[in-house]
Ligand binder design. Structure first.
Ligand code: F6R
Length: 330
């Protein structure tokens, strides 16, 4: 692992997108032997979340089902008509390696994304495609690489019609144009969340972003956090606010084209929480596409997690608990 600090890694996010697009442009993929009738992405933590985010970008475009697997075993439907994308930054995550073994035994068409490790070795031995991204950083700081490779695999295999890579390129401009504003907003949000239990709400198609926020607050700021989505939270979780609880801070991460009825649900939900004494804050995204809006939020919440780590006086890089757990499992 290198000696980069988390703030430096976060600052590299826009540049990583550009570098990842270059790597994607150079990657050559094998032609699938059978028609692709479903897509499965497997991966864990900082590598798995890219699959969730991309599944939401292609929601209105990809015409075959898209399934995420954050576990050891693939679903029963996987066969030679499945495109299995395995994402593991280290290439050594046991759940992902196990899912790939399962995919091999079921004849899936496999493409791996990793920085090396056992996954790269397995790809070379079993002759499936592997896209190797630069290593040496914490997996969660390398999200740009998995996002870009995932969309580019779908583009190259002609499973999508929209050019998501072009939207990602535009996102870089958006981030660079707003860098200081994003940091100011992140400081305000970190102040709001400080000494509270963060609860993140988004709309359904931004759930990946809400999960990423939770993960970054867990791993960088070392705090518990949970998330839910509108409108589903109106049908259960909102009732949980009945008693009110001043320990919680509700952060709504809202896309600018929120569906009208959901915007109404948001304002009523916020009122319910405030009446019960909870703090609420609504943050709207920027950008002209779902991709740009998600990238804007991802960068914003990366900074929030960094500023919150400073306020919590914790090291945002070290994750001794995960290291301990992985050691125990060896
Ligand atoms: C660590 C991190 C973790 C890892 C996860 C899977 O920075 O974000 O959530 O991503 O333990 O490991 P990889 O990504 O190497 O497959």
């Amino acid at each position: 692992m290198n000696e980069k600090t988390m703030d430096k890694l976060i600052r590299e996010f826009p540049g990583n997108i550009t570098e990842a697009i270059k790597i994607a442009g150079e990657a050559r993929l094998r032609e699938p032997q059978s028609e692709i009738r479903n897509v499965v992405v497997c991966g864990m933590g900082g590598s798995g979340i890219g699959g969730k985010i991309v599944s939401q970008w292609v929601y209105n475009d990809l015409e075959v089902p898209f399934t995420l697997v954050n576990d050891y075993v693939l679903p029963a439907f996987v066969n030679e008509n499945t495109l299995l994308i395995a994402s593991s930054y280290s290439g050594n995550t046991e759940e992902t390696l196990s899912a790939v073994e399962d995919g091999l035994s079921k004849g899936a068409h496999i493409v791996a994304v990793c920085s090396g490790g056992k996954l790269q070795a397995m790809a070379e031995e079993k002759s499936f495609d592997v896209i190797v991204v630069p290593g040496g950083n914490p997996p969660r700081a390398s999200l740009a690489f998995s996002l870009v490779q995932l969309v580019s695999i779908l583009e190259k295999l002609e499973l999508v019609t929209i050019r998501y890579s072009a939207q990602l390129e535009k996102s870089v401009e958006l981030l660079l144009a707003n860098e200081s504003k994003i940091k100011e907003e992140a400081i305000e949000i970190a102040d709001f969340l400080f000494e509270k239990m963060p609860i993140i709400y988004s709309t359904s198609l931004f759930e990946g972003v809400a999960i990423r926020t939770r993960q970054q607050l867990n791993e960088n700021a070392k705090t518990l956090c949970w998330h839910h989505v509108i409108p589903e939270m109106n049908h259960n979780e909102l009732v949980g606010w009945s008693g009110g609880d001043k320990r919680f801070a509700s952060l709504f991460l809202i896309n600018s084209d929120i569906y009208e009825r959901n915007a109404f649900r948001l304002s009523v939900s916020k009122k319910v929480m405030e009446e019960k004494g909870a703090g609420t804050m609504v943050v709207y995204s920027k950008g002209e596409s779902r991709v740009e809006e998600a990238i804007y939020f991802i960068h914003l919440v990366d900074w929030v997690s960094f500023y919150l780590s400073e306020k919590n006086k914790v090291d945002p890089i070290a994750i001794p608990v995960i290291d301990y757990l992985k050691g125990e499992l060896e």
